[in-house]
Design a protein around this ligand. Sequence first.
Ligand code: ATP
Ligand code: I4P
Length: 338
Amino acid sequence: MPSLYSTKMSSKLTNVLSVVEQLEIQLPAGFAAMETQVAGHTFDAASLGLLQDNNGCVLKPLGKPECGERELNFYENLQLAEKSEDSNLLLPLRSFVPKYYKMVKLFVNNRQHTFLKMEDLTNGMRKPCIMDIKVGKRTWDPMASEQKRRVEEQKYLRCKQVLGLCVPGFQVYTYAVSKALRYSKEYGKNLDVDGFRKTIALFLNAQNGEVFKPLVFEILKQLYSIRDWFKVQTIYNFYASSLLIVYDFDYMEKHLKQNETHTNNGISQIPNGNIQNNHSTHFNLEKCPEYSTSIVKWVKVKMIDFAHVFPTENQSLDTNYIFGLENLIMVFEELMER
Ligand SMILES: Nc1ncnc2c1ncn2[C@@H]1O[C@H](COP(=O)(O)OP(=O)(O)OP(=O)(O)O)[C@@H](O)[C@H]1O
Ligand SMILES: O=P(O)(O)O[C@@H]1[C@@H](O)[C@H](OP(=O)(O)O)[C@@H](OP(=O)(O)O)[C@H](O)[C@H]1OP(=O)(O)O
């Protein structure tokens, strides 16, 4: 069962802060535990979670030394993309990841920790629906121990081994209740392929099987751009990296109400794409100008978590990531077809 998070900022903060308080974690003034973190390492005896500041930024702790260093290098390389011999590939990659500002040192519990300061993808959203989707059948990196490989290969089995995708966490606002429903990794670990599809529909607030197509359309548009990049890049292998999909339910609700009178509750049809032989259709986005509205501002698809990114060995495509990404695109395309 999901847990309920209040819509009110203050009580949501209280919810999360209580964990911090219980563990007696002291945070620097102006920072709080990130209230919209849906997956990943959180505050407990062994690790730190993400923080947020008052200026629309999140701070991700570096975590285990080897992971932290890899993620820091990844972002700093991107910052220097103009000077790189791979600038033609690195510059577009920048637009697929959160804006990175700098590395900062902060005291937590009187101990200094290093954080990566970056754009909060949920900033400005009143009812952020957030899904973390880990991409790839293989979620262990070349340095992983036998034990780590075994553990990774047993997790999210019925979903990850078939689709190359898994859901370590998400939250969604719905028409039914005013609070966000939060689903943990335990929910994700029990999903099979059909469960995954249904979970995507749930995340998109599908009504009687129908989704708000401009939303799916925008998600697909952003996924296609990422796929186009993966079809040419041979620099990196992205192991255990995620796509974070975020949209603002508040905006969608208002948009639907405004358009209720003339677009059948805002859920409209678009020219059919065609899914044959299990190949992705690639909708012709230019043929659907009605969906290219202000929606772009409240829907984001970004790549996150680069703790297990490695240079490719033979300058080959990242087929592990591409496999998962293609399947994700197909799940969204199926929803456009309904
Ligand atoms: N830039 C961002 N903006 C908004 N939310 C973010 C951002 N980066 C991370 N998050 C939130 O934090 C969560 C965890 O992020 P991330 O996967 O980077 O952490 P992690 O601890 O490295 O995860 P893992 O345990 O899988 O290694 C995401 O699911 C998302 O909810
Ligand atoms: O404990 P670690 O070494 O930090 O590895 C975690 C891992 O424990 C965690 O698995 P689990 O808690 O679900 O069993 C992984 O979470 P996922 O469920 O999202 O796969 C983390 O991703 C692991 O962290 P890392 O990716 O840095 O190895």
